[in-house]
Design a protein around this ligand. Structure first.
Ligand code: SAM
Length: 206
């Protein structure tokens, strides 16, 4: 899987490759999908939610440019796979999930994460962020938001980067947000498909 991700240019840096090599995706997919753990496909986790395709995870992590010691906020814990990768990139990770059963699944999966000591899994509406630990060097949103939630922009450090899918419930644009002294710079990577961000600054249906 990692060779394929590198060959097709999804993995571009040595540190992202090393993180992918440390984290076994099979530990994050349900047992009835384990035969597809290394396929480049999103897979169901539970409660209609998914673990993203490995190529999408690699694209987002390369865009995020995580450095050792960064404080990273992830919205949408899902299976816990991306949180483990972030921690293995050297980040201190706070990850928020809104579905209690998924939070429990992620916590269990993350017992096998080699970098688990750097991860805190929280339950709640991540669309409002987590102000008590702000500001964050990096914010990654792994569900589709109708717009960039203002609290997430506020909680991003000056010099920080946020990667977030923005758009409708069925497809979105992947946006890279850079917060500078001069203001906010947004760059669109391309079209993507994520499950919706549901919450105060997300979609309203559940
Ligand atoms: N990062 C995950 C992984 O590595 O498996 C994949 C995340 S999945 C594509 C999106 C997740 O976002 C779902 O688990 C969903 O329940 C969660 N979600 C949706 N709205 C949310 C919100 N407001 N706050 C926190 N999590 C949310």
């Amino acid at each position: 899987m990692v060779n394929m991700l590198e060959m097709y240019g999804y993995i571009r840096t040595r540190k992202v490759k090393e993180a992918f090599l440390k984290v076994d995706r099979a530990n994050y997919v349900p047992s009835n999908y384990r035969h597809l753990a290394y396929a480049d496909e999103p897979l169901p986790v539970s409660h209609g939610q998914t673990i993203s395709a490995p190529s999408m995870v690699a694209i987002m992590l390369e865009l995020l440019k995580v450095e050792e010691g960064h404080k990273v906020l992830e919205i949408g814990t899902g299976s816990g796979y991306n949180a483990c990768l972030l921690a293995c990139l050297g980040a201190e990770v706070i990850t928020i999930e809104r579905v209690p059963a998924l939070r429990d699944i992620a916590k269990k999966n993350l017992e096998r994460c080699p970098c688990k000591d750097r991860i805190r899994v929280l339950l709640g509406d991540g669309s409002v962020g987590y102000p008590s630990e702000a500001p964050y060097d990096r914010i990654i949103v792994t569900c589709g938001a109708p717009r960039i939630p203002p609290p997430l922009l506020e909680q991003l450090k000056v010099g920080g980067i946020m990667v977030i899918p923005v758009g409708g419930a069925f497809y979105q644009e992947l946006v890279v947000v850079e917060k500078t002294e001069q203001g906010i710079k947004k760059t669109v990577w391309g079209d993507v498909v994520f499950v919706p961000l549901i919450g105060k600054y997300g979609h309203k249906w559940a």
